[in-house]
Write a protein that binds this ligand. Structure first.
Ligand SMILES: [Zn+2]
Length: 304
């Protein structure tokens, strides 16, 4: 077992004192001298069919009750933005949905505040991919870059796909607004946006792992620090229920379902074999856990 320790806490910041109902959960993982924290950006509200549409429906109906899922109801996946403090760097992996996507998301600034941080404290932003819940928080209410002191980095394949003018016409109706929103935001940060490739050391101790399918250039990130490691998996595994239990089932969450399956199966196999911490953007319980092989498929264990 890797030598990591974890503590969970409920951080109530100064802002919460003014808004008694607001509490911002943060989950923590120590990695050598570095600290990884997941900050809640809120949650999404999605028709269950958007995710489960391509799955084998009879098997799905048999599987989901054990996860408390009612297929007639919308799904409300949590959104966990990963913050990594290492040396003099304060790094965000993705930056949440911002104010313009869904009312239930876009809470990152409040969560950052509860950690005593403002957007000006972020030194680096690294994107897993350019979907709204991961990218749109990069701009403020006036459509200006929000993280003024941060270097912004994204995989080259991902940048090229969303910056291509034809993407909005080829992506399909269900995601056309994703494409319009992405190109608009990426255009604003184009001059400060650096790109990287599969396998690159994006930041000291942070290596990019191409994990395509959810989007064409989706990247996971392997963080190595003090002899321990963790993997920020973004949406390569999109939830801790069906995607873990039946990784070979196609999911509507993936733009390319076949590639998404291949990526998910390979990634889960590796995470289970290595036993390293996995940090999932839409996993429950704060998103920090470990992947364990089950009798069929895998399970996400948050008590690590
Ligand atoms: Zn997502």
């Amino acid at each position: 077992m890797p030598n990591f320790t974890r503590r969970a806490c409920l951080a109530i910041g100064a802002a919460a004192a003014l808004m008694p109902r607001a509490g911002f959960t943060a989950e923590r993982l120590s990695l050598g001298d570095a600290e990884l924290v997941t900050l809640s950006d809120g949650n999404l509200v999605l028709p269950s069919d958007f995710i489960f549409g391509p799955a084998p429906q009879e098997d799905l109906a048999r599987l989901v009750p054990e996860f408390g899922i009612d297929l007639s109801q919308p799904l409300t996946p949590p959104c966990n933005v990963t913050l990594l403090r290492t040396g003099d760097r304060t790094i965000l992996f993705d930056c949440g949905a911002g104010p313009a996507f869904q009312d239930s998301a876009g809470r990152l600034l409040d969560a950052l505040g509860s950690e005593g941080l403002g957007p000006e404290d972020i030194t680096d932003i690294v994107f897993t991919h350019a979907h709204p819940d991961h990218l749109w928080g990069v701009l403020d209410d006036f459509d200006e870059p929000l993280f003024l002191n941060a270097a912004h980095r994204i995989g080259r394949i991902e940048r090229d796909y969303w910056m291509a003018p034809e993407t909005v016409n080829t992506i399909g109706e269900a995601r056309a607004s994703f494409a319009a929103g992405a190109i608009r935001r990426l255009a604003v940060i184009e001059d400060i946006l650096e790109t990287f490739e599969d396998g690159d050391e994006v930041l000291p101790g942070v290596a990019a792992v191409l994990t395509p399918g959810h989007t064409p250039g989706h990247m996971a990130f392997e963080i190595a620090s003090g002899g321990t490691s963790a993997m920020v998996i973004g949406d390569a595994v999109g939830n801790d229920h069906v995607a873990m239990a039946r990784p070979a089932w196609p999911t509507g969450a993936d733009q390319d379902t076949e590639t998404g399956v291949a990526t998910r199966v390979r990634l889960l196999e590796r995470l289970a074999a290595e036993g390293i911490a996995a940090v999932g953007f839409h996993m429950s319980g704060g998103g920090i856990g470990r992947v364990e092989a089950a009798s069929e498929g895998y399970r996400f264990v948050t008590d690590i």
